[in-house]
Ligand binder design. Structure first.
Ligand SMILES: Nc1nc2c(ncn2[C@@H]2O[C@H](COP(=O)(O)OP(=O)(O)O)[C@@H](O)[C@H]2O)c(=O)[nH]1
Ligand SMILES: [Mg+2]
Length: 476
């Protein structure tokens, strides 16, 4: 069994715990892989299934001591993360579900080496981008497994706080990576220090780059520890100051929440103002939890969407593109050969005429044999040379015209396979990309058929006829 197969089997095993439909979806991705291998679009050590992150990711970022870990523990209903007023963690903690009763902590290398996680091979990136001594991934990442149903089907990430002076570039690099991969990013601010100075670092590192992002709606800005502020009688000013700072940093859109931790909060004297703020905080917390809860469901549909998109793209974009490229290659080869033959005929004839060189007597059988074999061999050689020259020229052109890396590499690989020396010898009979025909079309049709079934199955497991939503993790 190849390493890829082992990896994918592990992936299936793990996904089975989330929803019974996932292993089937992996199989459909594998079917698509087979089509793509045959076309040469995917190399045999690649798989569509490893190109996407199978778990929705929620990351919790923000300043030191703003209450990130406390928030996570409360959400999980488990005392997973240590909390304190001082900076504790300087690592990112990746939290994922396990039905094991025990909470397990594993070093970062477990994440770095395991393709099921979106940190697969992140250490290589870090190594390339930083020039620090402490290169070990274990210094930045750890994995914790938790039996909380809340984290089933998703990955939750707790982060070290931001302290710009101490910040290692590798931490920032990892933060960027996490933000890019996350489906939901909770950015925590500390209501005890809402003044612009304290927030500047958080804003600079976390928020400033997010304003222009197309996926900016995945960011939730959260002002935490509101209970403390509410005790000191200027809570509304604090919120206003916070929003002003965010606006100054350019953040005018996005969702703003204010919350406190119901378990850690300090009791407050009830007044109409505190009551109103309390209600608002409770509603905000509920909304944040709801967003976190539905993210798994959205991802299940998104994975299926990706399968459908990849299958359709292969049939309706990649294959036609390959067909065009093959036709273009053939045409260019023919024209070049016509040019070369014409050139040889004219100049060879002229040369013979001017030098009056004696032509061997072809009526001699032996001479004829030698002459014709030499001619055929050199013609084949010339033909192969022209085919490969044209191929290389076209590859250069493809490299500069297709911008998306995955498609570009795939098309180039497939084009190489489709214009190999064997195919060049049979150029007259080549009309379609390798393997493309009825059978492959049927296979893609099957995959698309499966897609519809998966959507139906998911719909069934999330809703019942009376319309009430069941748990995401409910096994069908
Ligand atoms: N009063 C109050 N204290 C909180 C709240 N959330 C967290 N804390 C406390 O703030 C401190 C820092 O919390 P922690 O979760 O470790 O912050 P982190 O560094 O962002 O992970 C801890 O002592 C928590 O008990 C809250 O909403 N209200
Ligand atoms: Mg913490």
């Amino acid at each position: 069994m190849s390493r890829l197969d082992t990896r994918l089997n592990k992936l299936k095993e793990h996904l089975k715990e989330e929803h019974t439909i996932f292993p089937e979806i992996v199989d459909s991705f594998r079917l698509l892989d087979k089509v793509a291998y045959k076309l040469g679009f995917l190399s045999p050590d690649e798989s569509y299934a490893t190109r996407l992150s199978w778990w929705p990711m929620i990351s919790v970022l923000g300043a030191y001591s703003s209450g990130k870990s406390t928030f996570i523990n409360h959400y999980l209903k488990h005392d997973l993360q240590q909390t304190a007023t001082q900076a504790l963690d300087d690592k990112f903690t990746v939290i994922c579900f396990s039905s094991d009763d025990q909470i397990k902590t594993l070093p970062g290398i477990a994440l770095d080496a395991d393709p099921r996680f979106p940190f697969y091979r992140i250490s290589r990136d870090i190594l390339e981008l930083t020039a620090e001594n402490d290169q070990r991934i274990d210094a930045y990442l750890q994995l914790k497994t938790c039996p909380s149903e809340q984290v089933r089907g998703k990955i939750l990430i707790d982060s070290p706080g931001f302290d710009a002076d101490r910040q290692r570039s590798s931490t920032l690099r990892l933060t960027e990576h996490i933000i890019a991969l996350s489906d939901l990013v909770l950015v925590f601010f500390d209501a005890r220090h809402p003044e612009p100075g304290t927030m500047r670092d958080t804003l600079k590192h976390l928020v400033a780059n997010t304003i222009e992002r197309p996926d900016s709606n995945k960011f939730l800005y959260i002002l935490n520890q509101m209970d403390i502020t509410t005790r000191e009688d200027n809570p509304e000013e604090v919120v206003a100051a916070w929003q002003r700072s965010l606006a100054q940093a350019g953040l005018t859109t996005g969702r703003f929440f204010r919350i406190y931790n119901p378990e850690r909060c300090i009791p407050i004297k009830e007044t109409p103002i505190t009551e109103r703020i309390n209600k608002k905080c409770q509603a905000d917390l509920k909304e944040i939890h709801e967003r976190m809860g539905t993210i798994g469901r959205e991802r299940a549909y998104r994975v299926i969407g990706m399968l459908e998109e990849a299958a359709k793209k292969l049939e309706y974009t990649i294959v036609p593109q390959l067909q065009d490229l093959i036709q273009e290659w053939k045409k260019m080869v023919y024209w070049t050969e016509l040019g070369v033959v014409t050139f040889l005929a004219i100049f060879g004839g002229l040369w013979l005429a001017t030098t009056q060189m004696s032509i061997p007597d072809l009526s001699q059988p032996l001479t004829f044999k030698i002459f014709s074999s030499l001619l055929i061999v050199s013609m084949i050689f010339l033909h192969l040379k022209i085919c490969s020259m044209v191929r290389e020229r076209m590859l250069k052109h493809i490299r500069t015209t297709i911008t998306e890396e995955f498609t570009r590499d795939g098309i180039m690989r497939a084009f190489r396979k489709n214009t190999s020396s064997w195919r060049a010898l049979l150029i007259l009979f080549i009309h379609q990309p390798v393997g493309w025909g009825k059978k492959m079309r049927k296979q893609i049709g099957e995959i698309l058929n499966n897609v519809n079934q998966y959507v139906e199955q998911l719909n069934d497991s999330f809703t019942n006829p009376s319309g009430t939503v069941k748990e995401y993790n409910e096994k069908s």
